[in-house]
Design a protein around this ligand. Sequence first.
Ligand code: KG4
Ligand code: ZN
Length: 388
Amino acid sequence: MRILSIETSCDETAIAIIDVEGSSPDLKFTVLANQVHSQIDLHKQYGGVFPMMAKREHARTLVPLLKSALREAGIYKEGSRHVVESPLRNEFKQMLEREPEMYAQFINDIPQLSPPQIDLIAVTTGPGLEPALWVGINFAKAISLVWKTPLMPINHMEGHLLSPLLKRTETGFSMNIPTLPLLGLLVSGGHTEIVLMRDWGIYEVVGQTLDDAAGEAFDKVARMLGLPYPGGPEISKLAKRGTAGNFNFPRPMLHTKNNDFSFSGLKTSVLYKIKELPNITDEQKADIAYDFQEACVEVLTVKTLNAIKEYSAQSVVVGGGVSANARLKEVLTERVTRDEQILVYFPEPAEATDNALMIGVAAAVKFPSAIPALEKILANGNWKISEK
Ligand code: KG4
Ligand code: ZN
């Protein structure tokens, strides 16, 4: 089965094409294309993601990105003009009417292509920025219609939860089959949650942040230190030059009996410390980065350990952009393997942040679950992984 997947929930426009073999979840993936167009340079100047700008950039990028993904996969075929029937033309004109620039590119380019051999299209429909999600969804619906290919909606967090299970092979990846129940720590720019997977595709959110997401805290603290967006990689780079224990930052909710998190108090505490240092030196900044990162890592690790015990989890995945953090990987893996003797899976850094590969993988794992009619496929900015 060949899957084309599309991701536009935040500030990366991404398209992947994979060939899938095996039966779910024992799958092998050949990666034919994996294109990620990052909007970071665009948003950097504003210190964060602007939803309307993200949406416009997705709309500008999707048609050229699709063409380069097809080229990368070696299935780009021009020439035999594929006639778009007139009733269909009206339908996708309506689908794309909110994105005139994308419609113009679409009508100019897509009917020139012979429909590639794709069995399933997958698109992120939530959670994320709704205007950004809609661009990807409408684009996916239009190609689904033109190429007469079914379209499957995918939850972005399910992609983050499954991508740590990918094991690299010569041509792509195979799926690690973890012992269940599996506990997922999902840490991204918009989410921080602990998810329990007792069976494949069945999720329960057993803990979550009450305020900021972990990635958001990294981004905000980076900004306070004058570092560019996104702040996570910047903080971890700066922390390498810092020394421990100069700043005693709080570990919010470390000892509460539930599995919830809070990062806003930690962020505020960093802000106060910085305010006390009007002539802050580069060394002090590095020390702050170090101790802030330690506080985050400790809270995430201890809460994960507690949840493993509470639910007798037999394996752990850590997913989402913050899972690219080397210190989190080091500490959490060390503690979980030492205290619980169970396997911990982290994604490779390239697959930790947003990409479309994980959306294709989630679609392959879910297949052949029922595929809704196109008009039922809608953006849901707050779609919880535990909701159908
Ligand atoms: O999953 P992701 O790419 O996008 C969302 O779905 O939000 O996560 C992005 C977040 C950003 O907040 C970014 O600062 C954070 O992941 N991040 C990191 C690292 N790399 C990315 N946080 C800490 N350490 C990192 N190395
Ligand atoms: Zn994400």
